[in-house]
Design a protein around this ligand. Structure first.
Ligand SMILES: [Zn+2]
Length: 279
């Protein structure tokens, strides 16, 4: 009963805030576009390897998400420096350490980055198989998220990626009352001003196009209420490079050939995006 009342109260606040947000967003967006992008050049890219340290997040049978994400992130940074020498690369982490979601986007905002790219691996919930719970081994493919609103019943990826916040002792202060255990409160992130929605979707679509060229299954571009993207002052995406819960994809995302292909997909997408923005 208490929960229902509090949820109704939250919904009420959310609707009020949403109205205010929709009413006031266009003017603010135009002003901020001019302030934040610093012209139409891609000079600094922040690469964010998901999770790290005590936050291993998902795992398959041979690897943990945090390690695969770091390997791909470091290779991506190196490839960007080689193929786009006018771009400076900044990492949110380059070793196996825990970094708060709040600080990850803080690093990008402080660096006045022109792009933020977060690297993650996907995983399906556990299924009951031959007398034990195992991660669903069938689902596969790639998907890329941008910050935005998604329905309550489509929050599974957001629940998983936002769960890192539970490891932050001071999360209540840093995320405006967000409760990682209550998907209904995720809307807080959807309501944060997203000046760069269109550019983020554009980059995310280019990334998915590149995955498809390599024969990967396309699960599309989706808007999600993600803490790590919500406060981005630049176009920002979170790309799920494959399902660590699928044995074939786990092998692929751990192999040097697979990682090279993923990195190539990402650099191709970034290069096309950069050319379009700068022309
Ligand atoms: Zn993740």
């Amino acid at each position: 009963m208490k929960i229902t009342t509090s949820k109704r109260f939250i919904s009420c606040i959310v609707l009020t805030t949403l109205s205010l947000f929709l009413f006031s967003s266009s003017k603010i967006d135009e002003k901020d576009k001019n302030l934040s992008t610093g012209g139409n050049k891609i000079r600094t890219i922040v690469i964010d390897a998901g999770h790290g340290g005590e936050d291993g997040s998902t795992h398959g049978s041979i690897s943990k998400e945090k390690n695969v994400a770091l390997e791909v992130a470091l290779k991506l940074g190196k490839a960007i420096e080689e193929r786009l020498p006018d771009v400076k690369v900044v990492y949110t982490r380059s070793t196996d350490v825990f970094v708060k979601l709040y600080d990850r986007i803080g690093i990008a905002n402080k660096a006045k980055a022109d792009l933020f790219i977060s690297i993650h691996c996907n995983s399906m919930p556990l299924v009951w198989y031959k007398g034990k719970h195992i991660p669903n081994p069938v689902t596969r493919g790639t998907e890329t998220f941008v910050s935005g609103f998604s329905r309550l019943d489509e929050q599974d990826a957001a629940v998983r990626e936002n769960a890192s916040i539970l490891l932050e002792k001071d999360y209540k202060d840093n995320y405006d009352g967000f409760d990682p255990k209550d998907p209904e409160s995720f809307i807080i992130f959807s309501l944060m001003k997203n000046t760069f929605r269109d550019q983020s979707i554009k980059l995310a679509s280019l990334v998915q196009d590149e995955y498809v060229k390599s024969g990967r299954i396309n699960r599309g571009v989706q808007e999600k209420s993600l803490a790590v993207l919500a406060r981005a002052g630049m176009p920002a995406i979170l790309t799920e490079i494959g399902f660590i819960s699928n044995p074939d994809e786990e092998n692929y995302i751990n192999s040097s050939e697979g990682q090279a292909e993923i990195v190539n997909n990402l650099v191709n997408a970034i290069s096309i995006y950069k050319k379009q923005i700068e022309s």
